[in-house]
Design a protein around this ligand. Structure first.
Ligand code: PBG
Length: 329
């Protein structure tokens, strides 16, 4: 055959394939979620997240040092609050001596350059496992009261030294409220990474095991988005940009690549994607049975998320990915 153009020329060898690769993962792509527990010398494997652990603060410091050595520059903190401190106001969330506040300080002391982002939502502190304050008579999550509580929570994270707050609650108007509070209180260099398009997803199940934060009644469908919707994600995202978000997020990631791309095309600020706990668990479970190659599944999944348009990826596979990249797999 005479062919003017042979597409396979650019796929002929590993060398040419890597020269023309459009998407390349680097350690700068990753945000590492960390689960923190009270106590000392505690490292508990999360049953539905094999190979992922909840650490006490002393051990988290070692983990953060190791991540920094690997070239990872950002962690996202989640804490497991004790049952005794849970209520329906969420007030432990802004306790200056709370586990989150102590963790932020300890991590910034140990590795000052590590970017520390913090989850902002009431679920770890809520007796009902909801992200906001519950009106039990009506069985609803109260928007405006929750935003007030989360504003106090955000300020207390800023006070403790957080670089970015990362609101995952999906209440209306929260980004504007947090930005105003940060400005008015002099935290003018604290960023907001907004979970802008966060869907009500079954893929958060293992995370709720990790923090013992599953909703005690109902579900989160009155505040998290319906996964049937695409245009709504743009609406949510543009509102957050207007209200002062520095980074927006789509969550989950793998089943939402179309949303990541739509959001990427709609905004001019960085877009992150959260490769969530259930997505981690699926790869782990299939790999444990020998049904997929774990390392290849990790790199292919993360590359696809970046290709879709994610500038940053929060993923439980960050450490594995960085090691695999350095081994050139
Ligand atoms: C809580 C929160 C959740 C996740 C991040 N922040 C769970 C939820 O909304 O129920 C999920 C993360 C994951 O599954 O990895 N507001």
């Amino acid at each position: 055959m005479y062919l003017q153009r042979r597409n396979r020329i650019l796929r002929k060898s590993a060398a040419i394939r890597s020269l023309v690769a459009e998407t390349v993962l680097t350690p700068n792509d990753f945000i590492v979620p960390l689960f923190i527990d009270e106590g000392e010398n505690i490292k508990t494997e999360i049953p539905s997240m094999p190979g992922y652990y909840r650490y006490s603060l002393d051990l988290i410091i070692l983990e953060v040092k190791e991540l920094w050595k690997l070239g990872i520059k950002c962690v996202l903190l989640f804490v497991k609050a004790k049952d005794e401190v849970k209520d329906n106001t969420g007030k432990e969330a802004w306790n200056p001596d709370g586990l989150m506040q102590r963790s932020i300080k300890a991590i910034k002391d140990a590795v000052p350059e590590m970017l520390v982002m913090t989850d902002v939502a009431l679920d770890p502190y809520s007796i009902y496992g909801h992200d906001g304050i519950v009106d039990m008579e009506k069985g609803v999550i109260l928007n405006d009261q929750t935003v007030e509580a989360l504003t106090l929570m955000s300020l207390s994270h800023a006070e403790a030294g957080a670089d970015f707050i990362a609101p995952s609650d999906m209440m209306d108007g929260r980004i504007g409220a947090f930005r105003k509070a940060l400005e008015e209180n002099g935290y003018t260099d604290v960023g907001i990474m907004s979970y802008s398009a966060k869907y009500a997803s079954c893929f958060y199940g293992p995370f709720r095991d990790a923090l013992d934060s599953a909703p005690g009644f109902g579900d989160k469908k009155t505040y998290q988005m319906n996964y049937a919707n695409r245009i709504e994600a743009i609406n949510e995202t543009l509102q957050d940009v207007e209200q002062g978000a520095d980074i927006v997020m789509v969550k989950p990631a793998m089943a939402y690549l179309d949303i990541i791309r739509d959001v990427k095309n709609a905004v001019t600020i960085p877009v992150s994607a959260y490769h969530v706990s259930g997505e981690y668990a699926m790869i782990k479970a299939a790999a444990a049975r020998g049904w997929v190659d774990e390392n290849k599944a990790i790199i292919e999944s993360l590359t696809a998320i970046k290709r879709a348009g994610a500038d940053l990826i929060a993923t439980y596979f960050a450490k594995d990915a960085v090691k695999l990249l350095s081994e050139n797999l």
